[in-house]
Design a protein. Sequence first.
Length: 308
Amino acid sequence: MKYLKLIRYQNLLMLAFMQILFRYGFLKLQNIPLALADWQYGLLVLSTVLIAAAGYVINNIFDQETDLINKPNDVVVGKSISETATYNIYVALNITGVAIGFYLSNIIMRPGFATVFILVAASLYFYATTLKQIMILGNIVVALLLSFSVIIIGVFDIFPATDMANRAQMTSLFSILLDYAIFAFMINFIREIVKDIEDVNGDYNQGMNTLPIAIGADRTAKIVFALAIIPVVSLLIYINNYFVANNLYIVTLYAFVFVLAPLLYFIAKIITAKTKKEFHDLSSILKWILFFGILSILVINLNIKYNA
């Protein structure tokens, strides 16, 4: 159990679920050639999860003092697991994840793509050691890395299988993945700022420079309120242009009930939230919004099949 706390397995399970869903709930239903065999795609998911897990591990190492204040019950480094053992776990996870990335890059005959895995691993390390202490920049980096876990599906599974005959269809499918990556970025960026508000006391004691520390929790909450309006407006436009215009009423209802309604609830609550628990609950709501937003890709495909 102590190792599960170290890697935050719930987030990793969600990451793996998201990548599996895009493959088997979307791409596999499109009658297109894909570059990776099923077991190779499993390795891509595994590589992504291992590198992300390494990111959580290194983050736990450098957040020991902060977590003692913000999340004392979740601290395992220095208590049940030594810092040396934790570093060894970090190195092992990264080496394995990057090695799998090298293998897959050669499988699709794009050896240069292996640098992607090295860059992601390096970004997670620099986030934990440096970037997270830089106001806003750390939040952007984390949100970008999550959205990239969607884009990498297209990079390894769609792009290598694209030729002149299927270029238009493949480009369209890649653009859909990009839409979801943008959605994931927006929601996760907002969530990272909410988590900063939640952890403001511990971060302040460690001399960090997050947005709530710089301008105060109340003003930051107002900025989050304004930021949350962007995905709401974007989703309304997207629903009207793609779902309603194509008579996809099931997914339209789904989007309103499971994505837009919780977003509107979040917007209503963020202004009045004051306590650490309230901000924690709002962060959890955003996680569920992200989950149901990603799940909509399957609902879209089922809706299209049902209409047909």
